[in-house]
Design a protein around this ligand. Structure first.
Ligand code: GTP
Ligand code: MG
Length: 208
């Protein structure tokens, strides 16, 4: 799929205020600093569509971007950011969980994990919560430019094995990406393209 247009639509902290268009939507979630906003810029080939930072905690709201006037990409705040106060964390988490529980046009969430790290408790718990609430998700491994190909393969294999040895009977779909080198761009966009087709073929817009 070619990204012909990518436009910022709005930011807000309440799922009920999100755009009403009955079009397919995909959201990026994961720990702070994992590279959610950078990946949106890489996929859309726009340098600063989504705001990025070397300091965790940059994205604080639910941000909607409309792609090709046809579907939404959503940039979310990270979870597991230690420097946010406990109270803020609760508020934060509430609007993120409300988003996932209530956003009917969400076709698939992408849970981003840093390819350099072993599975982290907070990520595994989040995926478990998504499973319990029947929210479809795929995994995106980020920052693949930081590792050699043989290490990438080994880390991904270990990650998936660990998921299978916990609560998962089947491994989720996953993608290996780098926002600096562009690895994975075609694969992720192609996957979204296929889901967009299903969305239209099955008239899912009528259900929203
Ligand atoms: P929050 O909004 O704070 O939750 O973070 P985020 O997940 O949106 O991360 P962001 O995209 O802001 O990136 C965090 C840092 O990681 C920045 O310094 C990016 O330049 C860097 N980064 C993101 N993706 C990659 C990547 O693929 N490779 C490398 N080398 N660095 C990356
Ligand atoms: Mg961000």
């Amino acid at each position: 799929m070619k990204v012909k247009s990518a436009d910022f639509v709005m930011s807000n902290s309440n799922v009920t205020n999100c755009p009403k268009d009955p079009i397919a939507e995909y959201a990026f979630i994961g720990r702070s600093n994992v590279g959610k906003s950078s990946l949106i810029n890489m996929l859309t080939q726009r340098k600063s569509l989504a705001k990025t930072s070397g300091r965790p905690g940059k994205t604080q709201l639910i941000n909607h971007f409309k792609i090709n006037d046809d579907w939404f990409l959503v940039d979310l705040p990270g979870y597991g950011y230690a420097r946010v106060s406990k109270r803020d964390k609760k508020v934060f988490q509430k609007y993120i969980t409300d988003y996932f529980l209530e956003r009917r046009q969400l076709v698939c969430a992408f849970v981003l994990v840093d390819i350099r790290h072993e599975p982290q408790k907070v990520d595994l718990e989040f995926m478990e919560w998504m499973g319990e609430n029947q929210i479809p998700f795929s995994i995106i491994f980020t920052k693949a430019d930081k590792l050699k190909p043989n290490v990438i393969e080994k880390n991904v294999e270990q990650y998936i094995q660990q998921l299978l040895s916990s609560i998962w009977e089947e491994a989720p779909n996953y993608f290996i990406t780098s926002s600096s080198s562009g690895i994975g761009q075609e694969e992720v966009l192609g996957y979204i393209d296929g889901m967009n087709e299903n969305f239209k073929k099955n008239n899912w817009a009528d259900l929203i």
